[in-house]
Write a protein of this length. Sequence first.
Lengths: 338, 401
Amino acid sequence: MKNTKLYTPPVFHIISTNTAKWGNPLGLKKTDCASWAKGLQLPTKGKTILYTGCEYQMTAYIQSLVEVLKRVKFKDALFSAFSGLQTAGVKLGVGLMEAYKKATSRETEHYNQLLSMAALTLRKLGIDFAHLDGELYSGALLYEYGLFEEFEKQAKRVADQFKEAGVTKIITLTPHSAEILQQVYPRFIANFNFEVIPYVSSVAEALNKLSTRLSLPEPLTLTLHDPCHLARSLKVTEEPREVLRAITNLDFREVALNRESTCCCGAPCETIFHELSELVASRRVEELSATGAEVAATLCPFCYANLNRGVNLTGKKLRIVDFIEIIYQALEANNART
Amino acid sequence: MPEPKQIFEEYYKELLHAAHDHNIALGISRSLSAYRERRARALERFPHTVKLAEEVRQLKEDCVGRLDELVQRAAASLKENGAQVYYAESAGDALKIIGEIVGSGKVVLSAKTLTGEEVGLRRHLEGLGNEFWETDVGEFIQQLREEKPMHYLGPCLHVTREQVAELLTNFLGREIPPDAEVEVRTIREFLRSKYFKADFGISGCNVMAADSGSIFLLESEGNIRMLTNLPPVHIVLVGIDKVVPTFHDAFKVAEVTWRYGGFTIPLYISTVSGPSATGDIEYTMVRGASGPLELHVVFLDNGRSTLAKDPVLKEALYCLKCGGCLFECPIFQLIAGHYGGHGYFGGVGAILTAYMGGGFEEAAPIAYTCLRCGRCTEVCPQSIDLSKLIPELRHRIDQKS
C-alpha cells in the first residue's frame, strides 16, 4: 500500500472539533440544546429518560451550514479554500459556526416546538420520564464518517452521563440516536447495558395499553416516509402504522417503497455532495407525492428537513410533517373532547 | 499518480456531470422497473433461491478463510485436466502473464470480464499491438464509445438506440437505423466474422469448483460459448475469491447469482474444465480436438488475500456481482457506473476498489458518496451489511489522512 496522505472532506474537521469542544457537531451551546424544555418542568433525573441527541436542535442549522459550504464554492474552490483547514483548525471552524449559526429563529422555534410536543405526548400517554440537563450528542456522525477515536470518546462521555444519572431505559427520539445507542455503542463501550427504545415504539406501546381511539380535528390524507435506520437497522416498521391506524379522520396512503424497502431522503451526503442530496430528496418527494396524499409524515429530523428541500425543489403540493405533530394533534383533539 | 485531493475533485466533477445526464436518468429508470419485475418473477418461480442464498452466504464465509488452499486444489485439478495455471500477485503480474501468452499482432476476443476491467487488460493488449474486441453487446458498444461499463449486467444501460445507431453508422461507414433488432443483428454479424479468425478468447469466471477445476460461465448472448470454443486458445482471468470447494457448491453460487440478477435461467450455462481432448484413437489422449488446443488459467490476487484477512471488510468478498443492489441504490440511480472505480460499483465497489487496484485514494470519494441507507443490504442475496462496512472503510481512510 502506498503511503500517500489521504484527503477527507473538510466538514469532518468541523464536526469532530465541535463535538470534542461543545458536545455536538455544530457547536451549539448547552442552553441552545435545552431551551425547548423550558417551562415543561421535566425532571432531570430518573430511570427512564427521553433522549433527543440534540438532533432536532441541530437541524435548524444544518441547512445554513450547507449554504456556507456552498458559498465558499464547495464544489469548485472547496479544495483550495479549505486546504489550510487542518492547520487553521478550530479558528476556521469557529468562523464558519458564526456564519451558519445565523439560522432563522423561526426555524429554531419550530424544531423546539416539535421537541416539546414529543415530550408532552409521552406525558399525556402516562409515561414517566426525565430529560437530562446538559444532554450530549450521540456521536452518530463521527461513527458514520469513520472517525472512530473521536466517536469512542464521545460515546464514553454520553455513557458516563447516563450512568451518573442512574438511567436504565432510554427513549430515543431520533432513528440515528436509536441505532447508534442500541447497535453501535455496545461494540465500543464496555457494559453499555441500557434499554434503548425508539420513541415511536414507546408511543405505540402506551397507546395500545390505553386502547383509546384518537381523531384528528380535520380530515387528512397522509403517507408515511419510513426513515432508513428506523425501518432497516432497527426494524421498526409496524409501530408507526399501528399508531396511525388508531387515529380516525386520517386517510392513510402507503407509498410504493415502504417499510424496509423505503428510499433514502438524501440527507446523509448533504454536507459533502449537496447536489446529489437534493436530487435524491426530489425523487423521494415525487414518490411520496404520487400517493396523492396531502402530507407525508416522517420520524427523523434530517429526513424532515431534506424532504422539505425536495418539496421546494420539485414544487410538489406536498406538506412534510413530523410524526410527532400528528400524534400530538390527535391527542390534543382527544383531550378537547373528553 | 494524481494527488488524493485531485482525485476527489475529479470524481466530484464526473459525478455532477453524470447527475445531469438525461440519458443516465432515462436509462436507469427504464432498467430499474424492468429489473424489479424480472427479479420478482424469477424469485416467485424459483422460491427456493432465498434459502439457497443463505446457504451460499455461509459457503462464502467459510471459503474466505481458506483462499490459498482452495486455489491450490483448483490449480491441481486444472493441471490434471491439461490446463496451464498461473498465479498473479498483482494487476501488473496478470498483464505480464497474459501479455506473454498473447504476444502481439494477434486477434483477441473478450467476454465481459470484471477482472479484465480491474487490471486494464484491453488497453494493455492493444498497447502490445493486438486487435481486441469486446464480444458482449453492451461491452462492445462501450468499447466503441471509449467509455467504461456502467453496470455489471448492463454495461451500456444509459445509451439509447439512437445513440447506438449513430455509433454503428460511424464505425461501419454505412447507415444503421435506430432499431434495436437491426443494431443487434449488425453487431452479431461483425462479431461472427471475428470468432474463427481470433487467436485468443479471454473470459472471466463467475465461480470455480476446486474439486474439478471447473470454470462456470453464465450468459445469454452466446458470445462466451463462441469465444471459449472457437479460437485455439482460451485464457481465463479469475479472482482467487471465486473458488468454492465442489462442483455442486459452484452450481449453487451460480444459481443465486443469476436469480438475483433477475434471470429465471440464463440461456447458456457453460463449464470449462480443461482444453478440448480426445482419446478416440487407440485410447491415447490427444489435447486439442474440436475445441481449444490450450487453456490458460490466471489466478488473480491483486489485494484479495489482504482483504480476506480484514476481520470486517472481508465481507465485501462475498459479493456475487449480481448487480441487484446497484439498481436499488439511490446514488447509483442518479450517476450509474460513475459511482465506482476500477470496474467495481457502489458501496461494495468502494471496498473492492480500495483493495483491488484503485487503492484508498480512489476509493475515498466513492466511500463518502454512500448514503449508508441500507437499501442494498435489503436486496443483497449475501446480506452484505454496508451500513457497518462503510464506516469501517472510512475509518481506514481517516487513519491514512
